[in-house]
Design a binder for this molecule. Structure first.
Ligand SMILES: NS(=O)(=O)c1ccc(NCc2ccco2)c([N+](=O)[O-])c1
Ligand SMILES: [Zn+2]
Length: 266
């Protein structure tokens, strides 16, 4: 058991994300995530448009949903769900999606920010590089993972995401897991325009913070209803004061250091 497991909630124990470097020195590394996307400093790269990002999802790729103790996670065997092109030099296979969100009536919640502005939540669709044997082999390699980040903004209801949220009541505690016995295509969670994105080399945003992620952050947010943002907080997690509603499970942006964020659009 790593000490962080004994401490339980990585966001609420000790000083939270600002103390992660004590157990994970890489937290102060050169390619950490998330970051603020300063749109005055991003650089359009025509090569990204020349070899368009190819995002393939299927109706049959989501098997189960689990409460990981810091988010929900919809897990996939990756069948028919692959990512290639754009900034990627090989084919990546879909593994899971989860999200990060804020507190009631707060504007924070996303991990990446755009010109210093947060969204209420951020979805992560995690893929692993098929040049490696499996996810576990890929997870700590510099080119091991590719994560698509989709910002959530308050607006009209998103019925597709609602079908996933209908399962939250079945996973009330850390480790709880249920099968998904209906077809769910994660492509439903992509914004209408997924041509425009930013990309940079970064890391996992929670311990062990491996510097193994090529981030692909969609410029256009996905609309979900204000009620759906609230339903995220009906998931439960352990806190130093007992089990309570899950929220503020996000790492704030860290320094960009010597990196340039590329844009697929001018
Ligand atoms: N917020 S994220 O998409 O960057 C993210 C964070 C952590 C992990 N994993 C934590 C981990 C890896 C090995 C042991 O434990 C993953 N992931 O696994 O895709 C994704
Ligand atoms: Zn995440």
């Amino acid at each position: 058991m790593s000490s962080s497991k004994k401490r339980g909630n990585i966001y609420l124990s000790g000083a939270g994300p600002s103390a992660w470097h004590e157990e994970y020195p890489v937290a102060k590394g050169k390619r950490q995530s998330p970051v603020d996307i300063n749109t005055n400093k991003t650089k359009f790269d025509p090569k990204l448009a020349a070899d368009p990002l190819t995002i393939r999802f299927s109706d049959s790729c989501c098997q189960s949903i689990v409460n990981t103790g810091i988010s929900f996670q919809v897990t996939s065997n990756g069948a028919g769900c692959e990512l290639s092109g754009g900034p990627l030099d090989s084919t990546y296979q879909f593994a899971q999606f989860h999200a990060h969100w804020g507190a009631y009536l707060k504007t924070t919640g996303s991990e990446h920010t755009v010109d210093g502005v947060s969204y209420p939540a951020e979805l992560h669709l995690v893929h692993w590089n098929t040049k490696y044997d499996d996810f576990k082999d890929a997870v700590d390699k510099p080119d091991g993972l590719a994560v698509i980040a989709v910002f959530f903004k308050r607006g009209k209801e998103h019925p597709g995401f609602g079908k996933i949220q209908d399962l939250f009541s079945k996973i009330p505690a850390k480790g709880a897991k249920v099968n998904i016995d209906f077809e769910f295509n994660p492509g439903l969670l992509m914004p209408p325009d997924s041509e425009n994105y930013w990309t940079y080399l970064g890391s996992l945003t929670t311990p062990p913070l491996y510097e193994s992620v090529t981030w692909i952050v969609m410029k256009e947010p996905l609309e979900v209803s204000v009620e759906q943002i609230a339903i995220l907080r009906t998931l439960l997690w352990e806190t130093p004061n007992g089990v309570s509603q899950m929220y503020n499970n996000f790492r704030p942006p860290v320094p960009l250091r010597d990196r340039v964020i590329r844009a697929s659009f001018g």
